[in-house]
Ligand binder design. Structure first.
Ligand code: SF4
Length: 351
């Protein structure tokens, strides 16, 4: 079963998908680059609608979202396929799969919040691969979730068309957007995409008032040049401001980059210090154990407010109204009665 797709037009006998800047052109029977959008019977269809191939309950800290309902769990789902071709993909078994090769759960948009509630999750995430390639499902499922009091979150590379972004993102409560590097050379050679549309997505999302956190997987020899990182930190400070959290995470050899060593912890720690020198107030390290890089300190009085150990929250002193109990400063993010003072950071698979 397929579902009608949006974001396309005809060019003669062929169809152009406009969900992402790749603008795949498809003859009858052909798939796009992401392999979940197909020209079928003269129209574009989605093969991914209502068919997640991976479903799990994660700590929200794993997304990573560290200023959005901390300590809660999130129903996480992803389909097959992706619109990027990252040579370092850490979910390549999903992103490179064809939808018909993977077992899928039949999950209607209305079923999404029902499953989230059954599992005690405060929110749902479209994650693992890129929700850009199934915007129709994200929009319907996010609407159903919000109507049921369940928040909706996207984890994305931000390589999306203006039209799909304008429809999909306002349905979401928070986004983690990958800023995979800060050179067109890196984006072109290692991800088969382009940097500028991603920067536009980040600026657009922050200016629209969405809660946004950024993630950069730091890969030795590819995007860890100190000058390039400094340019990235300057851009974040100048274009979206110092309150957007930045997660600097460690690469481990995967997919086509098996010959590159894991990121040394000192690279991330040095980069974090540099980012803070540019005024960024919430810079975290991930995939390494680094106590300092796991703590959210109050922007007013520097009191340690949220302490974490890997994906577990070991202490959370932020009040439900999002303020510091010591000085009353507002902590940027989304906090309410659902935020937890501690959590175990456990994840489990449903598919
Ligand atoms: S969403 Fe998929 S089919 Fe559409 S342009 Fe992007 S890669 Fe191509």
């Amino acid at each position: 079963m397929t579902h009608p797709a949006r974001y396309w037009h005809r060019e003669g006998e062929r169809i152009v998908c406009t969900a992402c800047p790749r603008l795949c052109t498809m003859s009858e029977g052909q798939h796009g680059f992401c392999y979940v959008r197909k020209h079928e019977d003269g129209r574009l269809v989605s093969l991914a609608y209502g068919k997640p191939n991976a479903v799990a309950v994660d700590p929200i800290e794993k997304k990573p979202l560290w200023h959005f309902l901390p300590g809660t769990t999130i129903l996480s789902m992803g389909t097959a396929g992706c619109n990027l071709g990252c040579r370092f993909c850490q979910n390549w078994d999903l992103s490179k799969a064809k939808s018909h090769h993977k077992r899928a759960l039949e999950l209607s948009p209305e079923d999404v919040p029902v499953l989230a509630r059954r599992e005690g999750a405060a929110s749902v995430a479209f994650t693992y691969n890129d929700p850009t390639i199934y915007p129709e499902y994200v929009i319907d499922a996010a609407r159903a979730a919000r109507a049921a009091g369940v928040a909706a979150v996207g984890v994305t590379a931000g390589y999306i068309s203006d039209a799909a972004r304008a429809d999909m993102y306002p349905e979401l409560d928070a986004l983690n957007i990958d800023l995979k590097g800060f050179s067109e050379r890196f984006y072109h050679k290692l991800t088969f995409s382009h940097l500028q549309p991603v920067l536009e997505t980040i600026e657009w999302s922050v200016k629209r008032g969405l809660w946004v956190e950024l993630t950069t997987l730091v890969i030795p020899g590819h995007n860890d040049d100190p000058e390039e990182l400094r340019a990235q930190f300057r851009w974040i400070a100048d274009h979206v401001g110092p309150d957007v959290p930045l997660h600097l995470t460690a690469f481990h050899p995967d997919y086509k980059l098996q010959d590159i060593p894991a990121t040394p912890p000192e690279t991330l720690i040095r980069a974090r210090d540099e980012a803070r020198a540019f005024g960024l107030r919430f810079v975290y390290t991930g995939n390494i154990w680094d106590r300092v890089g796991s703590v959210t300190a109050c922007p007013g009085c520097d009191l340690p407010l949220i302490e974490r150990r890997w994906h577990a929250v070991t202490a959370n002193r932020v009040k439900a109204d999002g303020t510091c109990p010591g000085c009353g400063a507002k902590v940027p993010g989304v906090f309410d009665d659902r935020s937890q003072s501690t959590s175990g950071g456990r994840r489990y698979h449903l598919l």
